[in-house]
Design a protein around this ligand. Structure first.
Ligand code: BGC
Length: 365
């Protein structure tokens, strides 16, 4: 072989090695599990990604995480890269249904997909979905408002403003409907009055979009709350705000604290949340946010890797601590595993979140 040819060959070999172009798909060198997370502006996804990777590796798989910065085009590229690297299974929490091209590419290559936390809608390219009981998340939020305002016994009408999650996230509809199933009877009985738009259910899409938080962007929720305080809510004192997750809840708190009517902690409305974010646990301890719904990512990650392992070994998945059901993507009913979310308030945050080692006392300082 002449020298030029040898150099050319060496270049090709090193290119193939660096791109993983012809990776065999087995764990010797190839990637087993790709983990595609949607965003980092909501803290939970960073924990989810890292915890999934650690669990996959502990189960003997090679794994990689990619975060999409709320950009579906970026995530599709990340999924394609996982396929190129020989991934046999990809865990996906998508930004929106623009992910479907990437799912089709994976299916065509025989790569298994697990829909993680958020259901991949309008696709029939996958078989499994794992998440927390979504409706229950909303129910816990609604119930905590009813309890905190003692709506069963209240003599005077109480005032609430409603926020929902991103219209591009199927979860947002379940959270909202779960909460409103609890709150609607009080509204109908005249014990609770909605200030601002009131979609009775998420199916009232036009009104739902008016209370939604596109892309779950907290800054949009803050701007909406500021507008409400100087608009629809100007002549009311709000007793509660239904906020779908922790970043939205904290944005609502900030907007309220900047308003003369709510400018000290004891004047704040009852505000709900979800995710058990560190900053929120501090807010709960400091009486700024009333509650959060804790969805322990350690349990979700462990259950997801148990599911992945069963799929990769062609076994029927049976996952401890989950309820098995089916969810509809609009194109297919997929096997679904639901974990149980937990209500966290000032009364139990130490026990549920600190004692279990999720955060340390030091982190809370
Ligand atoms: C998740 C929530 C999260 C939200 C924003 C939802 O799909 O279930 O836990 O707060 O997305 O990232």
């Amino acid at each position: 072989m002449n020298k030029k040819l040898m150099i050319a060959l060496a270049v090709v070999v090193s290119f193939v090695a660096s791109t993983g172009l012809f990776a065999s798909g087995n764990s010797e060198g190839g990637l087993d599990i790709g983990i595609a997370m949607p965003e980092t502006h909501v803290a939970r996804w960073v924990t989810d990604g890292e915890t999934l990777k650690a669990n996959a590796e502990a189960a003997g798989y090679t794994a990689e995480v990619a975060f999409a910065d709320a950009d579906q085009t970026k995530q599709n590229k990340q999924i394609s890269d996982f396929i190129t690297k020989g991934a046999k299974l990809i865990i996906v929490a998508s930004v929106n249904t623009g992910v479907n091209n990437a799912l089709a590419e994976a299916a065509a290559e025989g790569v298994e997909i697990i829909s993680y936390d958020r259901l991949l809608m309008d696709s029939d390219d996958f078989n499994y979905y794992i998440t927390f009981n979504l409706k229950k998340v909303g129910e816990l939020q609604g119930k905590s408002i009813a309890d905190a305002l003692d709506l069963d016994h209240a003599k005077e009408v109480k005032y609430i403003t409603l926020f929902a999650g991103s219209p591009t996230d199927n979860n947002a509809y379940f959270f909202y409907d779960g909460a409103m199933e609890v709150l609607n009877p009080y509204i109908e009985a005249g014990k609770l009055e909605v200030v601002g738009p009131y979609p009775k259910t998420a199916a009232d899409l036009d009104t739902f979009n008016r209370i939604a938080t596109p892309g779950w962007k907290a800054e949009l929720a803050k701007a909406r709350m500021e507008n409400l305080l100087t608009g629809d809510a100007l002549n009311y004192t709000l007793d509660a705000v239904l906020a779908p997750n922790d970043p939205v809840a904290r944005a609502v708190v900030e907007a309220c604290l900047n308003d003369a009517k709510y400018d000290s902690i004891d004047k704040l409305p009852i505000i709900t949340g979800q995710d058990g974010e560190l900053a929120t646990v501090q807010y709960i301890r400091d009486n700024k946010q009333h509650m959060t719904v804790f969805k322990d990512s350690r349990l979700l990650a462990k259950a997801t890797i148990t599911l992945a392992d069963a799929i990769l070994k062609n076994k029927v998945p049976s996952i401890e601590g989950t309820v098995k059901t089916k969810f509809d993507t609009n194109l297919k009913m997929v096997d679904t595993f639901l974990l149980t979310p937990i209500l966290v308030t000032k009364d139990n945050y130490k026990e549920v979140i600190i004692d279990s080692g999720y955060y340390t006392e030091d982190q809370l300082k």
